[in-house]
Design a protein around this ligand. Sequence first.
Ligand code: GLV
Ligand code: MN
Ligand code: MN
Length: 413
Amino acid sequence: MSGADAVKEDRLWQRHADMAKLGGTPRGGVNRQALSPEDAAARNQLISWAKARGFSLFADTIGNLFIRKEGTDPTLSPVLSGSHMDSQPTGGRFDGMYGVLAAFEALEALEDAGIRTRRPVMAVAWTNEEGSRFQPGAMGSAVFAGTYRLDDMLGQKDWKGVVLKDALAETLAAAPAPLREGAPGFAVDSYIEAHIEQGPRLENERRTIGVVTAIQGSRRYIVTIDGEEAHAGTTPRAARKDAYAAATRLAAALYEATTDADDTLRFTIGRVEVLPGSPNTVPGKVTFTIDMRHPEDAVLARHEAIIERLVGEKTTPCAASLQKVTNVPPTHFDPAVIDLVRDKAAGLGLSHMDMPSGAGHDAMHVARLCPTGMIFVPCERGISHNEIENATPADLAAGTKVLVEVLEALANR
Ligand code: GLV
Ligand code: MN
Ligand code: MN
């Protein structure tokens, strides 16, 4: 039996259903934000499945969780596959979780088929990919790859002021795994991540497998506008330093300045906080986030300069500042891994197409370390970062079959 033949669609689907209960929301999605009790519950679930299968496992000091199936030559560096188990506050059940469960299914399928590869094959659940609670996102993989410093990340605070180091300690205590001490990161031969597409192209073009060639560049910022609190009933408009009024002027100018003719530049204000948040006090402070993406770094740089200028121009008489939170340049995946994914999809008789990723993924950081690629499967109407996100058991299994074949080929090099 081949590794692909040993992929069990029902087992994979049931695991998604089991995980969806952890942080499950009334509309069928999940709220399993990074380093929350729900994240710890998902870690415990994965740990118990790994133990039941007899795989060894460990966590590193940023909380990335690794599961290992030995190869015949333990001196060789492993082939790695995975994604993330944390979600958006109103997230879907497949974003990230699919890549973790596909990697775990791949380990099980190889085991069930009695396949021993030369290299070890490892599954990983990276910490805090979403970056909706703790900034920046794709944190675990970025620390692993040496892009971000562990100490800087441990000091990050969530929107309520909880320090990441404390949330991580609580999570690791609630979901204990042997700890790999020291700075995260070790030699990895190659990395391959499965994910739902999170866009509509595969569905529209009736293809099952997306052979991912690249990830567009992304930058995130926090804008802070300081005005002056004042009485809503007594303070004339001319005498106000209304931070929210300044924010709306700025936001309107930013949307205008980032609208491009071919609709390629992505610009999102996703979180706004208005303080003190009282109906009858003129707002004294506003913060909002900007998420901006484009396939070309130069376009992002040009628009960053425009944003900087507008933050100064549009916010008087308030004071405003722009803080850059992340700057991830475009990623181009390894041509040999891209070819391998395409060949394996074709060999399994699956329809496929090459495509870049609009979304960010842990693979963009790991690609700095080793040959890396990604496999996409369709999701319903391309909807993601939404509780109604959906995918079919057959497509999830098809992507996992390609993953198993790719992992086996990489692990026998
Ligand atoms: C990941 O969820 C992203 O924002 O691209
Ligand atoms: Mn994801
Ligand atoms: Mn996501």
